[in-house]
Design a binder for this molecule. Sequence first.
Ligand code: NAD
Length: 299
Amino acid sequence: MVDEIANIAFIGLGAMGAGMAANLAKAGYRVYAFDVVAEAVSAAVSAGCLATNSIGEAVADAHVVITMLPTGDHVREVHAGAGGVLAHACKGALLLDCSTIAVEDARSLAAQAEAHGFAMCDAPVSGGVTAAQAGTLTFMVGGSSNHVEASKPVLSAMGKAVIHAGEAGAGQAAKICNNMLLAVTMIGTCEAFVLAERLGLDPKAFFDIASQSSGQSWSMTSYAPVPGLVPTAPSNRDFANGFAGALMLKDLRLALQANDSVDLRPALALKAEEIYSEYVVNYAPNRDFSGVIDMLRNR
Ligand code: NAD
């Protein structure tokens, strides 16, 4: 592995990747940015990154390659597809996939990377778009200790915490357990706000009480689904630019797939999957997942 990391390839400059790449550039890294959407690359250039036209060009001089892509299929294609990372990355490059994908996919990609002579860690994130922009993400990292140690300075430029979860795939395992919990707490929080409204409670009064009582959770205090309570929450911008309902559904399905693999049938997560499936069909799939409150309100 390289001793000094100066050049980073960043592939996938969407809602999350844009802020993350910008923070790496701000920290002084040379960031080679690539996305299939040209406007996303232009925005990254305005934030201090260097434009590239292909994966091969992005990784040609990179000591670290970061991917922040929608699904496991995208991550596999970008790494193992023709013209992908494994065919073009520099010898000794460290590959960090920050997307949320299946545990099994992360493990098989790490093995494939190793067979090509690369170290790879899964490093999914918690925190959302605001944290990606502010550089306050939490990274949960799966991989060998020495590779995770090597990733820390880079990940720390984009986050407030970098936690070694275990061997390859352990970061994704932690992420889907976390998001399964989030899916359920958000629905519970929305149902509580809807009931509070129907009982004539002022949402602000309910928020002030619940956020300091036993009903408190991240869904309440950082992401309240009712506007006017948490300034950075997507509810204040009609649920735009947040964590898409479709992505929450994707994570929930990854969690259910993992539950199946160990013979578990989680009652609340199964119900949450039904609710977010209905939400994604009836509202725009890229609308933030906390907007499910509108659907629950109309039931
Ligand atoms: P996004 O759809 O906004 O961004 C993905 C980007 O990848 C897009 O710009 C897209 O053009 C690009 N892309 C797709 N295929 C590509 C390819 N072959 N080559 C290069 N670029 C390609 O998604 P996002 O919200 O940024 O989420 C990214 C990942 O992070 C997902 O796995 C998601 O589950 C996870 N995540 C998202 C959030 C959130 O709040 N949005 C929070 C935590 C984790």
